[in-house]
Design a binder for this molecule. Structure first.
Ligand code: FAD
Ligand code: UDP
Length: 402
């Protein structure tokens, strides 16, 4: 979708048409009446949440399974203005020792890994050592002083987390921020849902349609296949929402921030279903981490199905996409140097989103943060103040380079 630029004068530039950029473009147009130009260097809307109907008739998430889930009523209500939801609840199985068991690891999984008696003992011990917690991180089990908890943690770590994490990130779990593996806790219950958030679902017409509706405003123009870096100064001098990689924005003056990328391999078959659930994890298979069967998301039965194998790989600028910031202390330090540089542009360029803030945001967190930026950092004066100012970041870069 490429629309003409406005006839009138553009007041705001938004680089990136993912959830972060689209949310802010919507707010700027509807709340401030600003004329906004949204550019994205990819040929489609919705960023990594992009989906489309493939040749078999199945709606496919081009960049990996995207399941919307949130605790935030505010975010749910906001997005519900732009989409109805299919009430999908995400369940994941892991292929372990030739069997499919629930992930996150719950009491059923523990019984498979440890045997029924030990799983029952673990349940008893966990109520003593982790009172009021039905969710325990695998690393807190591995490091526990009680030998049985530690042994159980070790088993879960070895069978479910170690190889998967090495493939996904190129690091062992303990080399990354603990928050990474804490996303998939050990559940001391029989809950087999991947997410326990009160609001979850899949947009009925897909994510791309949701983002299209966010941007469907006569004040908003969209140019796809257009890189921010190719724009002239008359546009880059505008007040800007930038949602691309922050290190790229500043010309890598402090070196590259590491990202992790993925390769997706798709296969289609002439049957309605191949897998019992939408995602099957393969912690110990060579190369790939998980297989996605897209038809589950909207419960499609079109006589065909498409599955995607996900192969993690290193990120190489201009060869593949920077899907994941790598949450590690040293990378946060480097990001902070870029964030300090960004603060010199405060009020003129707003760095928002998974790549610009180098944060492992889920979609709801990206939207929540974009809404907070709009509510707390952008004022009607932001539009007027900055129009016509020279691209100060380029002047600052020139200073850094000398
Ligand atoms: P993005 O979606 O990355 O959008 C940024 C956009 O900016 C991109 O379209 C990019 O092309 C564009 N851009 C970058 N640089 C430039 C430039 N120089 N000029 C122009 N355009 C530029 N979240 C969930 O909530 N649930 C899930 O199940 C889930 N699964 C995921 C699975 C995978 C494999 C991945 C990678 C992510 C997943 N996410 C999930 C996270 C979700 O994709 C992000 O939270 C969300 O996309 C963040 O939106 P964003 O706008 O910040 O970034
Ligand atoms: N993880 C794992 N084994 C699994 C599932 C997850 O080791 O079966 C770890 C892995 O490090 C992964 C992290 O937990 O990157 C977070 O998993 P999540 O499913 O949230 O990752 P995402 O969907 O964001 O890729």
């Amino acid at each position: 979708m490429t629309r003409q630029r406005h006839v009138g004068r553009t007041e705001w530039l938004v680089a990136g048409a993912g959830f972060s950029g689209a949310t802010l473009a919507e707010r700027l147009a509807t709340q401030l009446g600003a004329r906004v130009l949204v550019v994205d260097r990819r040929p489609h809307l919705a960023g990594n949440a992009f989906d489309e109907i493939d040749s078999t008739g199945v709606r496919v998430h081009r960049y990996g399974a995207h399941i919307f889930h949130t605790k935030s009523e505010q975010v749910w209500r906001y997005l519900s203005h732009f989409s109805e939801w299919y009430p999908y609840v995400h369940r994941v199985l892991a292929s372990l020792d030739g069997q499919l068991v629930p992930v996150p690891c719950n009491l059923t999984t523990l019984a498979h890994l440890l045997g029924l008696a030990q799983a029952a003992e673990l349940e008893r011990l966990s109520t003593r050592y982790f009172p009021d917690q039905r969710k325990i991180t695998v690393l807190s089990l591995v490091n526990h002083h009680h030998p049985l908890l530690r042994a159980a943690g070790r088993e879960v770590y070895e069978k479910i987390f170690l190889q998967y994490t090495l493939k996904q990130w190129g690091y062992r779990p303990e080399e990354l921020d603990r928050s990474v593996t804490a996303r998939v806790p050990v559940l001391i219950s029989r809950d087999d849902r991947y997410f326990s958030d009160p609001y979850q679902g899949i947009p009925k017409d897909g994510y791309t349609a949701l983002v299209e509706r966010l941007l469907d405003n006569p004040l908003i123009s969209v140019e796809l296949g257009c890189d921010y870096r190719s724009l002239g100064n008359h546009l880059r001098d505008l007040p800007t929402i930038y949602t691309g990689p922050i290190d790229e924005f500043f010309g890598y003056v402090y070196g590259h921030l590491p990202y992790r990328s993925l390769r997706f391999q798709n296969y289609s078959y002439g049957v309605n279903r191949l897998l019992p659930v939408a995602v099957v994890n393969h912690p110990n298979a060579p190369g790939y981490t998980r297989v996605i069967e897209h038809a589950h998301f909207l419960d499609q039965h079109v006589g065909a199905t498409t599955v995607t194998y996900e192969f993690p790989e290193p990120y190489e600028p201009s060869a593949n996409e920077p899907y994941y910031p790598v949450p590690k202390q040293e990378n946060h330090h480097r990001y902070q140097m870029y964030a300090n540089l960004a603060s010199s542009l405060a009020g003129r360029v707003f760095f928002v989103g998974r790549l610009a803030e180098y944060r492992y945001y889920d979609m709801d967190q990206a939207v929540a943060h974009a809404l907070a930026v709009f509510n707390h950092q952008i004022t009607p004066q932001s539009t007027r103040r900055s129009v016509g100012q020279p691209a100060r970041h380029e002047r600052r870069l020139a200073t850094l380079a000398t």
